[in-house]
Design a protein around this ligand. Structure first.
Ligand SMILES: NC(=O)C1=CN([C@@H]2O[C@H](COP(=O)(O)OP(=O)(O)OC[C@H]3O[C@@H](n4cnc5c(N)ncnc54)[C@H](O)[C@@H]3O)[C@@H](O)[C@H]2O)C=CC1
Ligand SMILES: [Mg+2]
Length: 340
């Protein structure tokens, strides 16, 4: 009987079991954010993601893959001892999550230490985050992005914008307070709407002059104060490529650490096939073009940035797999294949 019930209610049981451990982890994180002593205690047994001037430390596995090294507080204290530095640096770590085993995860910028020495002692290399996005896979990617963005926020919010006095962080790094004005500052993300525009059979991708050669992405724009998602999307598409939007649906979202910290709302958007004449605003974009399903499928198959021969038109290269622009493109290809 029990077996039968288990079979019948399996999805629910699995969901309940994983959700109870999820709830416990989230409540633990809330406690660590509110209780400085508990957070310090968690730091003693926690895991650390190290950054050097905001570049994360990555390790190459014997199989040639990249991963975040598993460093605990004791390991870092050993490194500090070898470099003759104080352990006080460890307390500058900020809380970014919690593993399934209830180990608190922190990020820490060791920019005050000699980069090559830390690399040697930890057995890894500090790699620019944009490059790291192409090298890492799986759940490590959002974690490394979150770690960097929170460190950056602390590094750039040391003073109160009302009083000009220094602000002070709590132990977890979830807020900063100005004792003079009484203001509490919380980490911020700027909302951005990003859309993959289609005319039913092709998709529109654009590139900024600063993108790597051949790279095209979905069109994106920051929300103006007070705008809704639809207002931002309609305005951005009109401004950047001179098209009038017909319809759209929200497909997902992601945190994006560049340039400061953005909250990306991702959409699949449609324009009328009778209204596809692109007029690029060159102040915003270097180019925007319609791409066929076949061109996009070929780009998705590329494993490395293409080497373009002089004079030849550059081969299409898409943003890294983790970027929501990439995910929008994959979703669009799947839709096209399912409907045609
Ligand atoms: N995760 C992903 O797949 C992708 C993410 N993005 C991100 O989307 C963001 C927005 O895309 P853009 O086309 O550059 O935006 P955009 O089309 O709104 O133009 C950028 C300009 O907007 C202004 N601006 C307004 N509010 C701003 C704010 N809060 N922060 C910075 N600049 C602001 C600045 O003048 C800036 O130069 C970028 O940060 C980019 O990194 C873009 C494409 C793909
Ligand atoms: Mg834009």
């Amino acid at each position: 009987m029990l077996k039968l019930l288990r079979t019948l209610f399996r999805p629910e049981l699995v969901l309940r079991r994983s959700s109870s451990s999820y709830v416990a982890r989230m409540r633990y994180l809330t406690r660590l954010r509110e209780d400085d002593e508990a957070c310090l205690e968690a730091l003693r047994s926690g895991r650390l993601l190290l950054y050097h001037r905001l570049a994360p430390l990555l390790q190459k596995t014997p199989a040639g893959l990249f991963q975040l090294p598993n460093i605990c507080t004791n390991d870092l204290e050993g490194v500090l001892d070898k470099l003759g530095k104080s352990h006080a640096l460890v307390k500058e770590a900020v809380l970014i999550g919690c593993t399934e085993k209830h180990e608190a995860q922190f990020s820490l910028d060791v920019g005050s230490l000699e980069q090559s020495e830390v690399e040697r002692l930890c057995g890894g290399a500090f790699i620019d985050l944009r490059k790291a996005f192409f090298l890492l896979t799986g759940p490590e990617v959002p974690l490394v992005a979150r770690g960097q963005t929170l460190l950056r926020w602390h590094q750039t919010n040391g003073f109160c914008s009302a009083s000009g006095h220094p602000t002070f962080r709590n132990q977890s790094g979830s807020q900063r307070i100005c004792h003079s004005s009484g203001h509490t500052y919380y980490p911020k993300m700027a909302p951005v709407v990003i859309a993959l525009i289609s005319d039913g059979s092709r998709c529109l991708l654009g590139r900024q002059a600063t993108f790597p050669s051949g790279m095209y992405s979905a069109l994106a724009g920051f929300c103006d104060m007070g705008e809704t998602i639809e207002e931002t999307l309609r305005r951005e598409i009109a401004e950047e490529v001179g098209l009038e939007l017909m319809s759209f649906r929200v497909s997902g979202s992601q945190h994006w650490p560049f340039p400061q910290s953005s909250f990306m709302v991702a959409c699949q958007a449609l324009v009328s096939p009778d209204n596809t004449q692109v007029s690029v605003d060159h102040a915003e974009l270097e180019d925007a073009r319609w791409f066929s399903l076949q061109e996009v499928q070929e780009a998705l198959r590329l494993k490395k940035p293409p080497r373009n021969h002089q004079g030849a038109p550059p081969t299409l290269w898409l943003p890294p797999r983790y970027a929501i622009a990439h995910q929008l493109v994959v979703e669009w290809v799947q839709q096209q294949l399912a409907t045609h």
